[in-house]
Design a protein around this ligand. Structure first.
Ligand SMILES: [Zn+2]
Length: 179
């Protein structure tokens, strides 16, 4: 795969240079927006397109299920840094329907770990549902994450935080109301 990527990359870069697309742009989000969404394959590129954003306009943060596990310190840190020093004024938590983190269960993870020779004592050392960050409902998770972002002590109070759910096929968005 590495060879394939490097070979493709060579012509990709040449083309970008030819078209003058390699010019420097700001690392800050031109629209002052950060999106926190799921790493789901179906959302790659779709989230930005469906919201009308292009490269350079927004920051995008992803993990499995757009969840905050164990307080979600790492995710909240990124959002706070974005707000404090990178000009982020609005945050969109974008979950999606049919999320793998809702459909997953402890037994599936346990079996996958056994199949891949993870030590039994390691498997027994955690609550697998908690460890994986399984969510009972996509909308409810978005609502909880929005609340946690708003309440995080390092995020300035003037930052707006919105919750949305996306259809992973049509890209249709719906607002997740606060309560
Ligand atoms: Zn997902």
């Amino acid at each position: 795969m590495v060879e394939e990527i490097l070979s493709y990359n060579k012509s990709f870069v040449e083309n970008r240079r030819k078209q003058g697309l390699d010019k420097q742009i700001s690392s800050h989000a031109q629209k002052g927006i950060m999106i926190f969404t799921c790493m789901d394959t179906r959302l790659v590129g779709l989230v930005e397109d469906a919201m009308g954003f292009e490269r350079g306009q927004v920051k995008v943060l992803k993990n499995a299920g757009n969840t905050l596990r164990r307080g979600g310190e790492d995710v909240l840190r990124c959002i706070a840094l974005g707000a404090l020093v990178m000009g982020i004024k609005e945050v969109f938590v974008v979950g999606h329907k049919d999320c793998g983190m809702r459909k997953l269960n402890a037994e599936k993870i346990r079996q996958a770990m056994r199949d891949r020779c993870i030590d039994e004592s390691v498997i027994a050392s955690v609550d697998l549902e908690e460890w994986a960050g399984i969510i009972p409902d996509e909308g409810e998770n978005v609502r909880e994450v929005v609340k946690a972002v708003k309440e995080y002590k390092f995020i300035p109070k003037d930052v707006e935080v919105h919750g949305m759910l996306m259809d992973p096929y049509s890209g249709e968005l719906q607002v997740v109301p606060a309560e």
